[in-house]
Design a protein around this ligand. Sequence first.
Ligand code: UDX
Length: 447
Amino acid sequence: MRIGVFGAGYVGLVTAVCLAEVGHLLQVVEVDGDKVVKLNQGISTIYEPGLDELLERNVSRGSIWFTDDARTVVDHSEVIFLCVGTPPKPDGSADLSQIESAVRKIADSAKEDEYKLVVVKSTVPVGTAERLGRLVREEAGGRPITIEIASNPEFLRAGSAVRDFMNPDRIVVGADSEKARSMLRSVYESFDCPKMFTTPETSEIIKYAANSFLAMKISFINMIADLCEEVGADVTLVAEGMGYDKRIGSDFLRAGIGFGGSCFPKDIRAFLHVAKSRGIDFGLLEEVMRINNRRTARIVERLRTHLDGLDKKRIAVLGLSFKPGTDDVRESQAAKLIRLLLREGAIVKATDPLGIANFKREYPDLVEEVEFHEQAETAIAGSHAAIVVTDWKEYKTLDWTRIWNEMSRPVIFDTRNLLNPDDMLDLHYEYLAIGKEFMHLTAKTLT
Ligand code: UDX
């Protein structure tokens, strides 16, 4: 099929490249001219495993093409996916101006008596498809154009977006007409997974509900972790014991420093905003956010107590990206943690395998305050404590025996429960973890 995509950001680029890979003909509108040039050379503008190869192959066989000209893409396409940003406004609601501007452009470019299906992939509040339908009618001003709006949320995770797109758990389509449903059936013909067809409103809710539920699992297990620390239980085993129950499942029960990224925090705030605007008291989700917001402070508090103050202490922060496998640092818990450490007078030495450049761009006020190190070993050398903030597998395989000798004090705070506690104790580290009692662990170190 001839498919258009608006926006070559994270979701847009992955969607377009993967749809080209399964045999469709893609044209992508991107306003950033530099990006367009690079992408047409087959060079990816984001880091995502597997994407480079698929992009290069599809550019060279002519199945995908990038441009800044919306009209050409509208002319080309039977179906147009909207994958532009919906950033949060100061009140937490989603800013739909980019989506609206794309829909206006489509309406202006659409020829009379031609049917175009516009599919919203960006995460948008419930009611957006309907609102965009009204916008099309306004923009058409009586011209006989037929543009239908459908919803088709993405469930891609950073770091495995290509794999997630190619092997989805499900595909959700919210569309009012049989024509739209049948076109989307054709778009996704080669994907073997449950396909759900609903109204746009239900589909829009599914996306927010899924993300909120996953975030709720994380906050839940993080509270269990706090309790485990107090009573001498082990949260990893508690999560395992819970996870065997098929009704609960073991995913998203890894206790840690809390969730970050461009989706969970933003989507929950937007969902809360939607609920409030409809008179629904969704206090449960407010609590999910409140628990998450407290994570970094609790970690700093525990470290302060352990080190007897943080003033002038050199602290290595291992990991800046919001999770491993990505250079994305948006809403990363690392930034919040670093700010708290600096407030306590600590000297922060930070490292990350991929995220340093983005971190400096995203948090310019921290550039002068933090010492950045390409290598974890140099960040840790001379420090009074190292905090594992992102569960990069690289940190598991560091030469921890050698590192012990190079630290001013061999304290490790593993906020992701990444390392093996027994190994760390055998190496005589003072090892703090999440949801595990510290005294029990140090007992060995002290003998
Ligand atoms: C999420 C959703 O998973 C995806 O379906 C949606 O489309 C976009 O939002 P993503 O933000 O890429 O994807 O990351 P995800 O893997 O879900 O992790 C989100 C955050 O939760 C990370 O900071 C991660 O470290 C944290 N997390 C995840 C935990 O703390 N514990 C867990 O058990 C799982």
